[in-house]
Design a protein around this ligand. Sequence first.
Ligand SMILES: [Zn+2]
Length: 179
Amino acid sequence: MPSAFAHAIAGIALGKLFTGKKQPVKFWLLTLVCAAIPDADVIAFKFGISYHSMWGHRGFTHSITFSLLLGFLVAFLFFADKKWCSPKWWTYMLYFSTVTFSHALLDAMTNGGLGCAFFAPVSAERFFFPFRPIQVSPLSISRFFSEWGVRVMTSEFIWIWVPCLVIIFLVWVGRRVRE
Ligand SMILES: [Zn+2]
């Protein structure tokens, strides 16, 4: 996995692309949660569930189905002020689904571990993209503070932070020009 911070900045970039309007704090907090939460599945290791299992790390929580379900749940629970199933409500639902799935897309560009079960629970097959420049992050915090951690941060800076900050900047400039 890239680190939680890298997933978070990707979520923020998506949020900036999504809307130029001022959003409530909950919008940004939920964006961060959706971007990072798929890795809560590391708890599966504690229950003896193997990495290869559909319910293991990078399994179901890294799937299209999970992303859609979480997007639905977030829109249902936190954006009840938008009319249920109205175009606006669906936009929020799809936005949070996209943010959640951005996590798996980034993981599929890392150079280690297993791929992501994009199509769980229909299939447990794991997928990587052919282009995998992102240095995989260690699963334990203690191993992050090592030469491996430095490699992770350098690679995430180049492949995630810079493109995301460029997107955020361009969106900001684009909106200023149109104002
Ligand atoms: Zn992950």
